[in-house]
Design a protein around this ligand. Structure first.
Ligand code: URA
Length: 237
C-alpha cells in the first residue's frame, strides 16, 4: 500500500502545479468512488486508485508507458524547431508529467515511438548495450538489388563509426522496398546505411520494437495507447 496526499497524487498525474491541484480539490472537481474529495491534505491509497476529475475517470499510474504511431512532420526533440513536437499528439497532462520519447525517430520517419516518464526505463531502453531488434520498412530511391542486401547484411562503414554496422536481417518486400531489422539505434542509421550502400532512403517506417508490433496495438497514424506489463515484456532483447 502506498499512501499520498491528494494534491501530490493529482500533481504526479500531470493535472498541473500543486497550487492548481489544491484549487481543483477545494473547488469540488475531484471525486473518488463518486464521493467528492474537498481536502487536499487527505491521504489516499494509490493502489488501484481511479480518480474522477471534472467527472472524467483517471486511473492512477506511478509511471506511464506509451506507444505512439508517429506521423510524418513531427519532431522528437525536446525543443522542436521546424515541425510540431510529438508531445503535441498526446494530452497536455503528459507534458506536465515530463513524458519523453524513448530514443528518436527523424521528423519524416513514421511508426512506433515509445514514450514514458520513467527515467530508468528510458535510459535502459535507449542504452547501446540493449540489443532490442527494431523493424523498419524502408522505401528506396533506386531498385533493391541482391548486392544491396548483401552489403547491408555484411556491414557498411559509416563515417563516424569505429566498425561497420550490419543489419540483423534484410528482406526485399518490393521493387523499391526493404524490410530491415537493426539492433543498434545510431543517428539516422537506416538512411546512412542505405546511402553508404549506394542507394537512398526515400521514406522510412518503424513497424516494431522487439516483439511489440504496431499492428498488434491497432494504432492508426497519430494514435497512441498505454502499454501494460505484458506488452512491456515484449520489449526485452
Ligand atoms: N534510422 C533512420 O535513419 N531514421 C530513423 O528515424 C530511424 C532509424
Amino acid at each position: 500500500m502506498s499512501k499520498l496526499s491528494l494534491d501530490r497524487i493529482l500533481q504526479s498525474q500531470g493535472f498541473g502545479t500543486r497550487k492548481y491541484c489544491r484549487a481543483l480539490i477545494e473547488d469540488g472537481d475531484v471525486a473518488i468512488n463518486g464521493e467528492i474529495q474537498d481536502s487536499y491534505k487527505s491521504t489516499v491509497d494509490t493502489d488501484n486508485l481511479v480518480l474522477e476529475v471534472f467527472g472524467d475517470e483517471w486511473k492512477y499510474r506511478q509511471h506511464v508507458y506509451i506507444a505512439l504511431n508517429k506521423p510524418g512532420n513531427f519532431e522528437c526533440s525536446r525543443k522542436p524547431s521546424h515541425h510540431p513536437g510529438v508531445l503535441t499528439l498526446l494530452p497536455e497532462q503528459f507534458t506536465w508529467r515530463d513524458v519523453q520519447p524513448v530514443g528518436r525517430l527523424d521528423h519524416d520517419t513514421t511508426g512506433m515511438l515509445l514514450m514514458s516518464d520513467d527515467g530508468p526505463f528510458i535510459h535502459a531502453q535507449s542504452s547501446p548495450k540493449r540489443h532490442v531488434p527494431k523493424i523498419y520498412q524502408a522505401a528506396t530511391a533506386e531498385p533493391v538489388t541482391p548486392e544491396l542486401i548483401e552489403q547491408l547484411l555484411a556491414g557498411v562503414q559509416l563515417h563516424d563509426e569505429p566498425a561497420p554496422l550490419a543489419a540483423l536481417s534484410c528482406v526485399q518486400r518490393g521493387d523499391k522496398l526493404l524490410e530491415i531489422v537493426l539492433e543498434q539505434g545510431k543517428y539516422h542509421q537506416v538512411k546512412r546505411m542505405l546511402a553508404a550502400a549506394g542507394n537512398h532512403c526515400s521514406a522510412l517506417h518503424r513497424s516494431a520494437i522487439g516483439g511489440l508490433t504496431l499492428e498488434s496495438l491497432g494504432l492508426a497514424e497519430g494514435e497512441w495507447c498505454f502499454l501494460e506489463q505484458a506488452q512491456l515484456d515484449l520489449l526485452v532483447p
